[in-house]
Design a protein around this ligand. Structure first.
Ligand SMILES: Cc1cc2nc3c(=O)[nH]c(=O)nc-3n(C[C@H](O)[C@H](O)[C@H](O)COP(=O)(O)OP(=O)(O)OC[C@H]3O[C@@H](n4cnc5c(N)ncnc54)[C@H](O)[C@@H]3O)c2cc1C
Length: 432
């Protein structure tokens, strides 16, 4: 079947969802294509905590607003949300029940009028020369395509940009790649677990490895409380990186992640107070992939931009998250922006440099490995989504490409819609 739209979005992660909702609210007929059976990508499949709404530090300054705020407000309308102060150094985290967030994504998309196609695997881009004009995909009803006036690649892996011949860096091939993690949730956890401090937990992990009774590849990580009594959630496992198109590699990673989840659960149950009678509720339906293809855009955000708290004239989202690098090995590398500063992400980092008609949003943005390790949190991905969706709607309405959207017009629209563009707050420098 052939579909037609003003805007088509690849991938229903936090970036793609907000992009599709923003595009539809700005008047574009919008179609969103997702391989899974539910919306949210990593935000509902793997995690339960949104970071980067707040910058870390004493002030805990709020740096993401607009449509992402509505997502949190809607979760709070249905359910309890926990704001966990400065947990693990990333600023206040917003912890939610992922089942509630699945419902919120369904509701917001439907209310905005986004046409959702689930169980649909994207196989490539429709192109006219270097212009991307649509998406090819398959599902149980056969092979299809959507043609659209503007295309957004929010697949996390930049699948569309890669297929269209766009330039990208592949983490693991072109430098380091962050590791992968299968997450798991635990039920029937006793109150005593809440009294175990992070340092105590990590000391127990070291002791477990030394005893020879356990094999824990990472001697740190989070087991944290959730809004639901007796339920804890984890980010503990560590699986070596693999390319998104290495299907045998990712298949092995899935099995390895599940095996590690069982091992960490056994460790918690046998060695950590409060877990004696706990049960493993479930592992994430797929392994969490932090970093694969990063597009090469009109601008590549780098680690120096992050640590210098640089502001760009075309900044479309603000971020104060530290560089948080889950490299291979037993610890994690952290680098903080001095004085709780915040930087902005330039619109140019969403524009693949050798393609037209297409934008990206989310973790495949144009960034170096270091900058990516700061800009990839859910709050920032949603803020990028709002910018990409709004720009795509403007492009479709005016009959121009996303690259031709006047920056002033885009920034004014985002400002009216409540986005934080970094015109307030601490900055160390300004850049063009
Ligand atoms: C283990 C782990 C822990 C993390 N911890 C935190 C944390 O605590 N807090 C935080 O804020 N951030 C955290 N992050 C980072 C953050 O969650 C991600 O960077 C962010 O969610 C990425 O959002 P996205 O929309 O760009 O991509 P994704 O959420 O990956 O969404 C991409 C979507 O595209 C779909 N898709 C991909 N390819 C295709 C295809 N070919 N056809 C159809 N659909 C396709 C996928 O199914 C998915 O739904 C973590 C990441 C990982 C992996």
């Amino acid at each position: 079947m052939d579909y037609q739209a003003d805007v088509v979005v690849a991938g229903a992660g936090s970036a793609g969802m907000v992009a599709a909702i923003a595009a539809a609210r700005n008047g574009a007929r919008t179609i969103l294509i997702e391989r899974g059976g539910f919306l949210g990508g990593i935000s509902t499949a793997v995690l339960d905590t949104m970071y980067a709404f707040y910058a870390p530090g004493d002030a805990q300054e709020k740096v993401v607003s607009g449509l992402p705020d509505e997502v949190v407000d809607r979760i709070e309308k249905y359910d309890v949300v926990l704001r966990r102060p400065n947990t693990f150094g990333s600023g206040t985290g917003i912890t939610y029940n992922p089942e509630t967030l699945k419902r919120v994504w369904d509701d917001l998309a439907e209310e905005a009028g986004v046409k959702i196609l689930l169980h649909s695997f994207i196989t490539g881009a429709v192109t006219e020369g270097s212009k991307v004009t649509g998406i090819r995909f398959v599902n149980k009803a056969g092979s299809h395509k959507v043609t659209a006036k503007a295309v957004i690649d929010a697949s996390g892996d930049a699948d569309l940009v890669a297929d269209a011949g766009g330039d990208f860096e592949l983490a693991g091939r072109d430098g380091a790649q962050q590791t992968l993690s299968t997450t798991f949730r635990i039920g029937n956890v006793g109150e005593r677990a809440l009294g175990v401090k992070k340092d105590e937990l990590h000391a127990l992990m070291r002791e477990a490895n030394k005893s020879g009774r356990f094999v824990l590849p990472r001697e740190e990580g989070s087991v944290h409380r959730t809004p639901d009594k007796g339920i804890m959630a984890t980010i503990m496992t560590r699986v070596p990186g693999t390319a998104p198109d290495d299907i045998e590699g990712i298949s092995r990673a899935e099995a390895q992640g599940r095996a590690q989840a069982q091992e960490y659960f056994r460790f918690l149950k046998e060695m950590v107070p409060g877990y004696e009678n706990s049960v493993l509720i479930g592992t994430s339906p797929w392994i969490g992939v932090r970093e694969t293809r990063r597009i090469l855009g009109d601008y590549q955000l780098n680690g120096e931009d992050v640590l210098a708290a640089r502001r760009f004239e075309d900044g479309i989202a603000r971020c104060g998250a530290p560089i948080e690098d889950h490299h291979a090995g037993r610890d994690t590398r952290w680098a903080y922006i001095p004085n709780s500063g915040t930087y902005t992400i330039p619109f140019r980092a969403l524009l693949p440099r050798n393609l037209d008609g297409i934008l990206v949003a989310g973790r495949c943005l144009s960034s170096t490995h270091d900058a990516h390790a700061s800009a990839r949190s859910i709050g920032t991905c949603m803020a990028m989504g709002q910018a990409a969706g709004s720009a795509a709607a403007l492009a479709a309405d005016k009959g121009i490409t996303p690259r031709q959207v006047p920056t002033d017009t885009l920034l004014a629209l985002l400002d009216r819609q409540g986005a934080d563009l970094g015109r307030r707050g601490k900055a160390a420098s300004d850049a063009a």
